[in-house]
Design a protein around this ligand. Sequence first.
Ligand code: ZN
Ligand code: ZN
Length: 244
Amino acid sequence: MGIFDRKVCDVCGGKAGLLGGKKVKDGRLCSECAKKQSPYLSSRKNFTVDEMKQHLEDRAANQVTVREFEPTRTGGSSLKLYLDDARGLWFITRSRRYQEDNPDVFTAEQILGARIDIEKGNRVETIERAIPAKDGKPAVPAKTKEVVYYNFYVLIDVSHPWVNQMRLKVNSSSLEGGPHHPDYKEAQRDAGEIVEMLLAMRDGAMAEKQEKAKPKQRVVCPHCGATTTPDENGACQYCMGAIG
Ligand SMILES: [Zn+2]
Ligand SMILES: [Zn+2]
């Protein structure tokens, strides 16, 4: 095999490029196919060609869901959570033109947890550059200062065939003003709002599920006197009379 053998994408059959495309466990993808994958997919090399085919089919189905998605509420500002309450669906993205971005859509039941993760770091910033020794004058060392910065992330755990966890940055540029700065407060508020909305959505879905799973109480029918489990409309199973 020569170095210029044309490699073929194992998913779509298209050209995979001279460099051999993007490697998966037992084959390769072209960059067009690789572009369609979920940004949350853990290392591509862990997946087989068949798994990637399935993944890209699921991504195409996700694109349809995104097109049908009708946001009823949003949370956050730069990083934004979109909720479709009627369908019980949500997604989160930075992209304003999300239809093109095809963000992974999740159901309320798929939310396992959500929390805020605050990163604190520091870096050294040069205020005045060092001046080398010259014409008999001694060198002047650089003036520096330490800058402390913060970043807000939301950590979302989901139960989904291709995504386990998302760690998403809430603020668009790192926060250097400290906890009293308006930008910090805004990021804190956005992160809190996103987490709160997700947890409320999960709790709502869980309560609904429990309500459905709850064994129905057997009661004595006031109309016919039979011991009955009222049907979903609250009617006696025997005489169809309305109970309580
Ligand atoms: Zn391809
Ligand atoms: Zn009855």
